[in-house]
Write a protein that binds this ligand. Structure first.
Ligand SMILES: [Zn+2]
Ligand SMILES: [Zn+2]
Length: 373
């Protein structure tokens, strides 16, 4: 609850004429029409008007002197609504007791971002530019809110420039709270800086070159100390947090320090052996495919996996052989497979053992059928 006497800058013993005179002087100074481009002043004008409304009325003033509240405000907060009695009043008092918004050093806010990165960026490290709205001190007025420090501002008459006021009607408890009139600045701006409209701060688009460390994994939260918003009243700046998501790669799968990839192989290279190229994180590598390679064989290329970070050694690249049968028309297939029906026994061991398994099953069921009949 504001101190209406301080708001008008008069003594508690002031006569109605003195109250009126003080109001007229302040109303003129804080009238929005005289303060175009000063967004704060409208609120200040309203506070002065409310103080005047109470103090110029004898009955209202007596009530305020006794209870420290405006009559209609008390009626509003004490009206018995089921389950919510006194909540407004108690809430205000608790706020004031805790000194919420009190002028003490406050750390700046943290900036938080989510960043999707490719597997290559995660494994090799990269720099990514993050753009965001950054609050900083207004340059033209050097954070004061006015370009004319001598006559464009003056000490707040409500808190005498201290930024805090003693809690009105608080009895013996010396609680202080932030001055509503100047919002804790201790000054009122009369001719605000056109860039920041008297706020002393500006919001600008800012870019930050963010280093992604090598070997980062999905879900990791990275912190850069001091890269958040600046603190107020001497508080330390906030931090920057970036939560990283590593996008799935179109062909590499990561498993610890190793990378896996499907490795399609034509039937001839698989049979005869061949030199082939395989992709790596940073380019390509020549692979020696041994003759008699089978589907599902794994070819390991040492040192082409995930780069080591700290003590961890670099992993391997594992190629999973997938033999591809050629897609041909009937005539082409006929030419290609001529002679294949006469392949020697033991040349296709898996096919052979599979057909003998089937033969055995059939024989067994026939024998059982004869027994039961
Ligand atoms: Zn003040
Ligand atoms: Zn400014």
């Amino acid at each position: 609850m504001p101190d209406y006497y301080k708001m008008l800058g008069v003594q508690r013993s002031a006569t109605t004429a003195e109250v009126k005179k003080a109001y007229h002087t302040l109303a003129l100074k804080f009238h929005p029409d005289h303060n175009v481009g000063n967004p704060r002043v409208e609120h200040q004008f309203q506070m002065i008007a409310e103080a005047y409304e109470v103090l110029q009325d004898t009955a209202e003033r007596q009530f305020y002197d006794r209870f420290g509240l405006k009559k209609e405000r008390l009626e509003r907060v004490t009206r018995p609504t089921p389950g919510k009695r006194f909540e407004g009043l108690v809430g205000n008092v608790v706020d004031e007791m805790l000194g919420s918004g009190k002028r003490k050093a406050k750390s700046g806010k943290d900036h938080r971002f989510r960043l999707s990165i490719s597997l290559e960026e995660a494994l090799l490290g990269a720099n990514r530019t993050i753009s965001y709205r950054h609050v900083s001190r207004c340059e033209p007025c050097e954070g004061t809110g006015t370009l004319d420090p001598d006559s464009g501002q003056e000490p707040c008459h409500v808190c005498d420039g201290g930024g805090e006021v003693k809690l009105a009607q608080s009895g013996l408890l010396p609680f202080k709270r932030i001055c509503e009139f100047c919002e804790g600045r201790g000054r009122v701006i009369l001719r605000p800086c056109a860039t920041c409209h008297g706020e002393g701060i500006t919001e600008r688009e800012r870019e930050y070159e963010f280093p992604i460390p090598r070997g980062v994994t999905s879900g990791k939260r990275l912190r850069i100390q001091g890269a958040g918003a600046p603190g107020v009243f001497g508080g330390r700046p906030g931090d920057m947090y970036v939560e990283v998501t590593v996008e799935p790669h179109p062909f590499f799968q990561r498993e610890g320090q190793d990378l896996h990839i499907d490795f399609p192989l034509d039937i001839r290279s698989a049979c005869m052996g061949a030199k082939k190229l395989a992709p790596t994180l940073s380019g390509g590598v020549t692979v020696h495919v041994p003759p008699h390679s089978k589907n599902g064989d794994v070819l390991r290329i040492r040192g082409e996996g995930v780069p080591g970070v700290g003590e961890v050694a670099r992993g391997d690249l594992l190629l999973h052989v997938r033999i591809e049968l050629p897609v041909l028309d009937d005539a082409q297939l006929e030419v290609l497979t001529r002679g294949w029906e006469d392949l020697p026994t033991g040349s296709q061991p898996q096919c052979e053992s599979f057909s003998s398994l089937v033969d055995e099953r059939i024989k067994q069921s026939q024998a059982e059928g004869e027994k039961s009949s």
